[in-house]
Design a protein. Sequence first.
Length: 84
Amino acid sequence: MKNKLSDLNDHLFMQLERLGEEDLTSEQVEKEVARSEAIVSVGDQIIRNAALQIKAAEMMVNHGAFVKRHMKSFPMIEGVKDEG
């Protein structure tokens, strides 16, 4: 996957710039506000997902093999491999 959290940051700032354009009509402002709400909603989910991945990594560091054997049932978490 090519997207990174820095890309999300770029999208948020680009949207902020669009909202700040002074020559928008009221209809265009409404569209940009709706677009902003959608971007923020998706962005929030991306950030929650990243926080969960960090928490999983912290658990691996702090608790090692004990946690790893339980995390094998969550193959969507990167870095957890079945070793046997």
